[in-house]
Design a protein around this ligand. Structure first.
Ligand code: NAD
Length: 484
């Protein structure tokens, strides 16, 4: 398969926090891949801006090292790397002071696409936004990219939105959620809205329930102190899982255009019902052979923060009335796996004698590993022995489907950055979406904090606390297996 690379317009991309972990691990290696693919025009420049004073080629060396460490196969392309590094610049800058701003103003051009990636702590967003204007660097067409966490509750998210809105129009703000940049997530929209097969079944007449699982094997070690102030609800559900839920549940937008898509997502969030606390299970991992317990990792022996959460949600609208959406996410689980499963209803009547087993169609959308979609269908078991039914997957693993071009499946970050340069906001969260998501999660968090709810224990390397299993068992259902 020949991959089609559509070059973007010439740009200057400034990465504030250009020496940080995210820039070195994801942003720069991703941009290097886009450079190699031919998508980045020759005159474009990437300008790292951070606190450190770096001598001479110090930044280029730092990024060469980062690409070698995190860039995968492509990092072996020495000639390509040399050419890429030539498009890199660096400015030492103080977000809170005046140092470095005139240097940046002298470098950034006004006649190409301008994007400013705020890969720094959110407490610096306001300073950066203001200084970009007082130093006459940004203009009415500039774009800014902001990272999660976007607030820690409705109030702080509103403040952040107001801070950014004081300097930039909503059409210039790109709130990144890398889950939306995944190939499968976009394919979910293609499957839903590009086929006649699924949409007629995509409702409470045919769908029994939907499961969304984001399981990680890593613990919080290393960033335990930060995580302990956040927890799985704030860190994962309020953003990633809710975005996936929106894409699964939204009405077809009138067109595939940023605000049309985001209007429909917003309606889903606003239609989410509040959840009774009996339908939320919070957990903390115990110590296991591979590492310490959550409380040890968080260095907080009395922590009540959840490293796992499972919940049953309902969307109050005609399409989804009565259909449970089960969400779960956790750390130190048995496998690294992210999946959305649409579980269809049982047949009303079976004509196959002796077929007691329940055969259900399941559409499983795998985000990781092996991005792809499979549809579980029932067929006759091949061979003699009568009409015995078995379930088999119709598998569309993108790596297989794309053959030799599989390695071209663009990483979420690089795809999203190219969308910023193109000025396409479809896969970015709008300010009102983020606020609506917090408006739904805040009361749930406040409620368990007021009750001093103690998270349940779970074994590291398991599928979470027993109570999470019960959440579905009580409804006569069960979670899908977490498979890596
Ligand atoms: P980091 O601590 O590794 O890097 C911070 C960067 O900010 C450094 O380059 C530092 O020089 C710069 N900086 C700090 N204070 C500054 C100042 N006053 N003036 C100018 N520059 C300053 O952080 P990170 O892990 O790269 O994260 C950056 C942002 O991205 C954070 O908001 C984080 O929450 C978010 N994020 C990170 C990840 C990740 O995987 N690292 C994932 C999602 C979101």
């Amino acid at each position: 398969m020949v991959s089609r690379v559509i070059p973007v317009d010439e740009f200057d991309l400034v990465i504030f926090g250009g020496t940080g972990d995210l820039a070195r691990r994801k942003i720069l290696p991703g941009l290097f891949r886009r450079f190699l693919s031919g998508q980045m025009p020759a005159g474009s420049r990437i300008i790292g801006a951070a606190r450190s004073e770096l001598e001479g080629d110090g930044y280029r060396q730092m990024i060469a090292d980062a690409v070698a460490e995190f860039g995968g196969e492509e990092s072996r392309n020495k000639k390509g790397l040399e050419a890429f590094l030539k498009q890199l610049e660096y400015v030492a800058i103080d977000a809170r002071g005046e140092g470095g701003w005139s240097d940046l103003a002298a470098i950034v051009r006004q006649d190409v696409v301008q994007a400013f990636y705020f890969s720094v702590a959110p407490s610096l967003f306001g300073d950066l936004a203001e200084r970009l204007h007082t130093n006459k660097i940004a203009n009415a067409q500039s774009r800014i990219v902001v990272e999660k966490p976007f607030g820690r509750d409705l109030e702080t998210a509103r403040e952040l939105n107001q801070t950014l809105a004081a300097h930039f129009d909503e059409s210039q703000i790109y709130r990144i959620d890398h889950y939306l940049g995944k190939e499968t997530v976009q394919n979910l929209m293609a499957v839903r809205f590009g086929n006649v097969l699924f949409e007629p079944l995509w409702n409470n007449h045919y769908v029994d329930h939907i499961q969304i699982t984001v399981a990680e094997t890593v613990g919080v070690g290393g960033r335990g102190a930060y995580y302990d102030k956040s927890g799985a609800m704030r860190d994962m559900v309020q953003n990633h899982l809710m975005q996936l839920l929106c894409l699964i549940a939204m009405e077809p937008p009138g067109q595939f255009e940023a605000d049309a898509v985001r209007d429909e997502k917003l309606k889903v969030i606003r239609a989410l019902q509040s959840i009774d606390h009996h339908h939320i299970v919070r957990g903390q991992y115990d110590a296991g052979p591979d590492g310490p317990s959550y409380r040890e990792d968080a260095e907080n022996p009395r922590s009540f923060t959840e490293s796992f959460i499972a919940m049953r949600c309902h969307i109050a609208n005609w399409r989804w009335a009565g259909v449970p959406f089960y969400l779960r996410t956790g750390k130190r689980m048995k496998a690294r796996s992210s999946e959305i499963a649409v579980v269809f209803k049982d047949l009303g009547h079976t004509i196959f004698e002796g077929d007691e087993a329940r055969h259900r169609n399941i559409l499983a959308i795998r985000l990781q590993p092996n991005e792809g979609i499979d549809l579980q269908v029932t067929i006759k078991e091949p061979g003699p022995g009568g009409m015995r039914l078995i379930d088999v997957p119709l598998d569309m693993t993108f790596a297989d489907a794309l053959g030799d071009g599989a390695e071209d499946v663009t990483d979420a970050y690089e795809r999203l950055i190219m969308d910023v340069i193109r000025g396409n906001q479809t896969l970015f969260m709008r300010g009102d979406e983020v606020e609506a998501a917090w408006a739904w999660t805040d009361p749930l968090i406040n409620s368990w904090e007021a009750r001093n709810d103690v998270p349940k224990h779970y074994d590291a390397g398991s599928a979470g606390p027993e109570d999470a299993m019960m959440l579905l068992h009580r409804d006569g259902r069960k979670w899908r297996e977490i498979k890596g």
